[in-house]
Write a protein that binds this ligand. Structure first.
Ligand code: KG4
Ligand code: ZN
Length: 376
């Protein structure tokens, strides 16, 4: 940690008061899925660097992430992203106070590359190391409020507690209530598919490229969101989610539109759909999926004492989600830059900062393991 002692020389001074400004810079490494990302963050609010390499284009050919390819690509990308992050931040290793790395949840092979890289760096550079839960990390992208990097639009203030987080990614759909940093309660989560996974699967049925979220969002723009009626799952715990029924309902509705029976294979559907049908189905699916998560967020907001609401995860970059939240929730929401919604090292570094600040235990650089099924 760098300690800068600044002595205010106010005149007249009854006595000199030393004001200690502590600057803490954390480097975060994220490799849980198909993005290799290194972020550098100062004091938990200032983004100094975020360098991300994605192997998504390779996976797109297979219609989803291939774990072995993702792991191999992380090996290729980790050194270049580290180098690029230091160039963006215009600092060197001596300025780094701590390292943070995602050690779960995620793909085993992918997590291993990040964790082994972080462990090695922590040993050779002699830095403390913090282990980060990927899903919790997503929430902390919302704590970044300053940067001199070009191309980022950040909120002007950090969220305050109690904080309601809607986490919507390819692997998770959760509503979490934070009373403070590290003091949280899981209100609800998905019982089957995550919302991003539903976007990806519906896109596959419609013949849209992977990842499905951005593809659906793009063509849904020109479609009618009320063209087909789709169901919303009723759950025993009203904050829980289920999206597998919605995905099946889209498949059935599409088969009906084409006039084929329900045994008609889903992989043959795409070639039969015209552009207008594809747009309407995308818009109707997106509207229903987004309305589902917004309804539950609004319900939680009315039930609990909440000071701010944040959204996190890849689906948080969805404009329809932002639009529905802003028009329906009686609270101002400050959204972060879409680049910080999908997987990135900056959110990991930010959570690492808060762990260090609250004097949480560092992890053993010789023993830190991965936890592919880690939950919040
Ligand atoms: O958080 P993330 O980068 O990775 C996980 O931790 O899963 O989220 C990826 C997910 C994918 O399912 C992708 O289709 C979805 O986020 N996604 C979107 C959008 N951008 C990414 N879903 C809806 N609308 C978007 N604009
Ligand atoms: Zn993620």
């Amino acid at each position: 940690m760098i300690h800068l002692d600044i002595y205010f020389l106010k005149y007249p001074l009854p006595r000199q008061m030393p004001v200690i400004l502590k600057i803490m810079i954390v480097l975060g490494i994220e490799t849980s899925c198909d993005e290799t990302s290194v972020g550098i963050v100062k004091n938990g609010d200032t983004l100094l660097a975020c360098s991300t390499a994605s192997s998504m284009k390779i996976h797109a050919k297979y219609g989803g992430v291939v774990p072995e390819i993702a792991a191999r690509e992380h090996i290729q990308a980790i050194i270049p992203t580290l180098t690029d992050a230091f160039e963006q931040a215009k600092i060197s290793w001596k300025d780094i106070d701590a390292l943070a790395v995602t050690n779960g949840a995620g793909l085993g092979g992918s997590l291993l590359i990040g964790v082994l890289s972080a462990r090695t760096l922590a040993i050779i550079k002699n830095k403390p190391l913090y282990a980060i839960n990927h899903v919790e990390g997503h929430v902390y992208a919302n704590f970044l409020t300053k940067t001199s990097l070009k191309g980022y639009v950040l909120p002007d203030k950090q969220p305050s507690f109690p904080l309601l987080a809607l986490i919507v990614s390819g692997g998770h759909t959760q509503l979490v209530l934070f009373q403070d940093h590290f003091d949280y309660q899981l209100l609800g989560q998905t019982h089957d598919d995550a919302i991003g996974e539903a976007f990806d699967k519906v896109a596959k049925i419609l013949g849209l490229p992977y990842p499905g979220g951005p593809s659906i969002a793009q063509i849904a723009n020109g479609g009618n969101p009320h063209a087909i009626q789709l169901p919303k799952a009723r759950m025993e715990n009203r904050y829980d989610f289920s999206f597998s029924g919605l995905k099946t309902a889209v498949l059935r509705a599409t088969q009906n539109i084409l006039g084929v029976d329900h045994t008609f294979e889903s992989f043959r559907i795409a070639e039969r759909l015209n552009a207008s049908q594809r747009r309407d189905i995308s818009a109707s699916f997106q509207h229903t999926a987004i309305e589902t998560v917004v309804n539950k967020t609004l319900d939680a907001l009315k039930t609990y004492a909440i000071s701010s609401v944040v959204i996190a995860g890849g689906v948080a970059s969805n404009q329809e989600l932002r639009h529905q939240l802003s028009t329906r929730l009686p609270i101002e929401i400050n959204y972060t830059d879409p680049k910080l919604c999908t997987d990135n090292g900056a959110m990991i570094a930010t959570l690492g900062y808060f762990k260090a600040k609250s004097k949480q235990k560092t992890v053993s650089t010789y023993e830190l393991d991965i936890f592919p099924n880690l939950s919040m």
